[in-house]
Design a binder for this molecule. Structure first.
Ligand code: HAM
Length: 419
C-alpha cells in the first residue's frame, strides 16, 4: 500500500519552494539590517523547557505538544514554538555578557497537535526574531517596525492590520485576573468546557475563546485598560506614540491576550484585513521568562510569522510574487551532432565556474525544439555548438531578446555575455 504523508503535514515543492526561499531571503536580509544575527537551535528540547517557559496553562502545553520518551528515558518535545528555545540558548551560551540587546532571528519548523484545516498544520514553519536583554520600550517598537517593514518589502503592508494591546505588569495582571474571575464566576456554568478549565488555570485566556455562545459574555467582561498600573499605562502610551511617529498603522484591541503564558506589557498580532482567519504573525514582550528559565533578570521581546500563512497571502495578493517564482538561466546550450555533448559539458562547467548559470539540452532534437525549450527556461542566451565550432574553438552565441547571433571564440564568451 502507498505510504502517505502524516496528517497535518505537507510537502513544499516547485514554485511554492521558490516563494518560501524568496520570503526567507527578504526576511534574513532585513533582520541583518536591524543588527540581528541568525540563530539555529535544535528541533528537540527537554519537555520541561516548554512546561516552564510557555506555561502549563497554555493550550500549546496542555494539548498540542509532540512529546515522547527517548531511548535514554528523557522526556523530549518537538519544539511547538521558538521563543523558549532561543531564551534557553541565550542563557546557556551566556549571550547576556555581550552588548545588549542581543538581537537574534530564526526560521524553521515547529510542531503542534492541532486540528488541521485551511492554514493550520501540525508541522508548519515560523520565522521570527527575539531581541533579548533590554527593558526599553523602544526595543518593543523596533520589533513591530521590523515586522511591518518586512510586510512592506513583500508588498503586503496594505493587506494587513497590526492589532496591539498591553497586558501590563505583574500587578496589573493580578488585579485584572481577579476582576475577570469575579465577573466570569456568574456565567461560567453556561460557558464551554475549555473556558471552565481556563478559569482555573488562566482566566485571561477566556477572552480568546472562539465559541460563539461565549462571545456575548466575553464582550461584556471588564477591559484590561482600566487595570493598567501607572507605569504600564505610560509604557503603552509611549509605545503607541512611537508607532505613530514611525507611521505604522495599528488598532488597539483590548481582547487581545495571546495564547502563550509568558507575555507582559505590549502584545501584538498581525491579521489579514477584512478576513476572519487566524493571525499571520504575533509577538510581544516578556519580562520574567528569562529569569524563570534560570537566567538573569532581564526582559525580551519578539515575534514569529507563520510562514505557510504568509506565503499563501503573498502568492495571492502581492504583485511581487511573480518575481519570486521567475526562473531564469543565463545560457541554454544546444549541442548539434554526435560526440558534441562532452564538449558542451565542458563549456557549461566553464560558465558555471564563472557564475553564469547554464543548462544543456540533453535530448537529441531539432534546433527549433531546442529554442522552444530555451524560451521555456527564460534563458537570456542560446549557445549553439557543433562539429565545426569544436574544430574552430568557437560557439554561436544568440542573444534571445535582441535575436542577434555572433560567432565567438570560447575564451571570449564571458566578455560577450557580460557586455
Ligand atoms: P503563536 O501566535 O503561537 O506565537 O504563533 C505565531 C504564528 O504562527 C501565528 O500567528 C500563526 O501565523 C502561526 N501558526 C500558529 N499555529 C499554526 C498552525 N497550527 N499552522 C500554521 N501556522 C500556525 C508564537 O509562536 C510566539 N513564539 C511568538 C513570539 C515570538 N512571541 C514572542 N516572540
Amino acid at each position: 500500500m502507498e505510504i502517505r504523508n502524516v496528517k497535518g503535514t505537507h510537502d513544499i515543492f516547485g514554485e511554492e519552494t521558490k516563494i518560501y526561499d524568496y520570503v526567507i531571503d527578504v526576511f534574513s536580509r532585513l533582520c541583518k539590517r536591524y543588527g540581528a544575527s541568525h540563530i539555529v537551535i535544535p528541533t528537540i528540547e527537554h519537555t520541561e523547557l516548554f512546561q516552564r517557559g510557555v506555561g502549563e496553562g497554555s493550550d500549546v502545553v496542555r494539548k498540542e505538544m509532540y512529546t515522547f520518551e527517548d531511548k535514554g528515558g528523557r522526556l523530549i518535545t518537538l519544539r511547538p514554538e521558538f521563543t523558549a528555545g532561543i531564551v534557553r540558548s541565550f542563557i546557556q551560551n551566556k549571550f547576556y555578557v555581550n552588548d545588549l540587546p542581543c538581537r537574534l532571528f530564526y526560521h524553521g519548523s515547529v510542531f503542534r497537535y492541532e486540528r488541521p484545516q485551511q492554514g493550520r498544520y501540525r508541522q508548519f514553519n515560523q520565522l521570527g526574531v527575539e531581541f533579548l536583554g533590554s527593558d526599553n520600550f523602544f526595543v518593543d517598537v523596533e520589533t513591530i517596525s521590523l515586522a511591518f517593514s518586512f510586510l512592506k518589502k513583500l508588498g503586503l503592508d496594505k493587506n494587513v492590520i497590526v492589532k496591539i494591546n498591553s497586558l501590563g505588569d505583574l500587578e496589573t495582571r493580578n488585579n485584572y485576573r481577579q476582576a475577570l474571575k469575579d465577573y466570569f464566576a456568574q456565567h461560567l456554568s453556561n460557558m464551554c468546557e475549555d473556558c471552565q478549565s481556563r478559569y482555573e488555570l488562566n482566566p485571561l485566556r477566556i477572552l480568546d475563546c472562539k465559541v460563539d455562545a461565549d462571545r456575548a459574555y466575553i464582550e461584556k467582561a471588564p477591559s484590561i485598560s482600566t487595570f493598567l498600573s501607572p507605569q504600564s499605562s505610560k509604557r503603552f502610551n509611549d509605545t503607541i506614540e512611537a508607532l505613530k511617529q514611525l507611521e505604522i498603522p495599528f488598532e488597539i484591541d483590548q481582547t487581545l491576550v495571546r495564547g502563550l503564558d509568558y507575555y507582559s506589557e505590549v502584545v501584538y498580532e498581525i491579521h489579514i484585513k477584512n478576513a476572519n482567519e487566524g493571525a499571520i504573525g504575533a509577538g510581544g514582550h516578556y519580562s520574567t521568562l528569562i529569569e524563570e528559565l534560570g537566567g538573569p533578570k532581564m526582559s525580551g521581546v519578539g515575534f514569529s510569522f507563520g510562514l505557510e500563512r504568509l506565503v499563501s497571502l503573498f502568492a495571492a495578493k502581492s504583485n511581487l510574487s511573480q518575481q519570486a517564482v521567475k526562473d531564469e538561466i543565463d545560457v541554454y546550450i544546444m549541442p548539434i551532432g554526435d560526440g558534441v555533448h562532452s564538449h558542451a559539458l565542458k563549456i557549461a562547467q566553464y560558465l558555471r565556474d564563472n557564475n553564469i548559470s547554464s543548462e544543456i539540452c540533453l535530448e537529441k532534437t531539432k534546433l527549433g525544439n531546442m529554442f522552444k525549450k530555451a524560451q521555456k527556461r527564460n534563458a537570456k542566451f542560446a549557445l549553439i555548438v557543433g562539429e565545426d565550432e569544436i574544430k574552430n574553438q568557437t560557439v554561436q552565441l544568440k542573444n534571445l531578446s535582441t535575436t542577434e547571433q555572433i560567432e565567438v571564440k570560447i575564451a571570449d564568451i564571458l566578455n560577450k555575455i557580460k557586455e
